[in-house]
Design a protein around this ligand. Structure first.
Ligand code: NCD
Length: 292
């Protein structure tokens, strides 16, 4: 039984297979490879893209998805998450897709070895399918020639599971990663760090802009995000004609993370990431449900 809790669960060969299958799924209408499979989705945190992306990916391959809404589940009657999970597993799904605010929950459930567990975002620690779709979007943009390219991650890096999984995957794939953030958003790290985005720009091939994860801040970090935006918003004035690919996992805070003008710019591939997310998740489901 294989799980996907973070990138470390995948071998290099499996990452290659996922990227290759995603390309195939994007170019050819897929056959119903997962017709007899059933997945349960368990989202304890809000989601627009990831939840619908997993569901569409599963349905495109013919699998059925059952969503359990934790806000109306027996969690409210005091049932533990382990009990809820064990009961769902007793209905014999082929996998459970889970998003949770705590870093270690998906791994704990995976360790029960009752079904394949797929992490759709855990705390500030891991979001492996987001990292894979970001890698896929970068590879597509550079026609596979990514070794030595530099990705600058900009924003609330310390709270971001997207950044944390991306750093692990990108470094493993031979990309350079540099971190660009004000001090309160900068994690402990050996990576090159910049506080000043304008100074960092000349080194970058890719920008991954991130939202301030307000829901994870115990107390407000900045009073005024307009002031923050003056230094970290990806704007046309800042970018000029630089050939830098611009990514963002969404939801984008308009004119704080990226300006409305730059969101329309052909260098910005935010919606392409969303499109690619479906194909990457199809490839991940195929790997976990069929190949592994
Ligand atoms: C992110 C998440 O929830 O981890 N969104 C996503 O999955 N595409 C990032 C965020 O909420 O800022």
């Amino acid at each position: 039984m294989q799980h996907l809790i973070d990138i470390s669960d995948l071998s290099n060969k499996q990452i290659d297979v996922i990227l290759r299958d995603a390309t195939t799924f994007k170019t050819k209408r897929p056959i119903q490879l997962l017709q007899d499979k059933l997945l349960i989705a368990l989202f304890f945190e809000d989601s627009t893209r990831t939840r619908s992306s997993f569901e569409i990916a599963a349905k495109k391959l013919g699998a059925a998805v059952v969503h359990l809404d934790p806000s109306t589940s027996s969690t409210n009657k005091g049932e533990t998450l382990e009990d809820t999970f064990a009961n769902l597993c007793a209905m014999q799904p082929d996998g459970v897709i889970i998003r949770h605010a705590q870093n270690d929950i998906p791994r704990q459930l995976a360790d029960m070895e009752m079904t394949s567990v797929i992490n759709a975002g855990a705390g500030n620690y891991a979001h492996p399918t987001q990292a894979l779709l970001d890698l896929f979007t970068i590879m597509e943009h550079f026609n596979g020639d990514i070794k030595g390219k530099t990705v600058g991650i900009v924003g609330d890096i310390i709270s971001s599971r997207v950044a944390s999984s991306a750093i692990r995957l990108f470094e493993r794939m031979g990309l350079n990663v540099i971190l660009i953030a004000p001090k309160p958003f900068m994690p402990q790290s050996d990576l090159v760090q910049y506080e000043n985005l304008d100074e960092a720009l000349e080194h970058l091939d890719v920008i991954m802009s991130l939202r301030a994860q307000l829901e994870r801040h115990q107390t407000p970090v900045f009073e005024d995000y307009q002031e923050y935006a003056k230094h970290y918003c990806i704007t046309k004035e800042r970018m000029q004609n630089r050939e830098i690919l611009i990514l963002h996992p969404g939801p984008v805070m308009h004119n704080i993370d990226i300006s409305d003008e730059m969101l329309q710019d052909p260098r910005c591939k935010v919606l392409e990431q969303v499109t690619n997310g479906v194909y990457i998740r199809m490839a991940v489901l195929k790997l976990l449900m069929l190949d592994a």
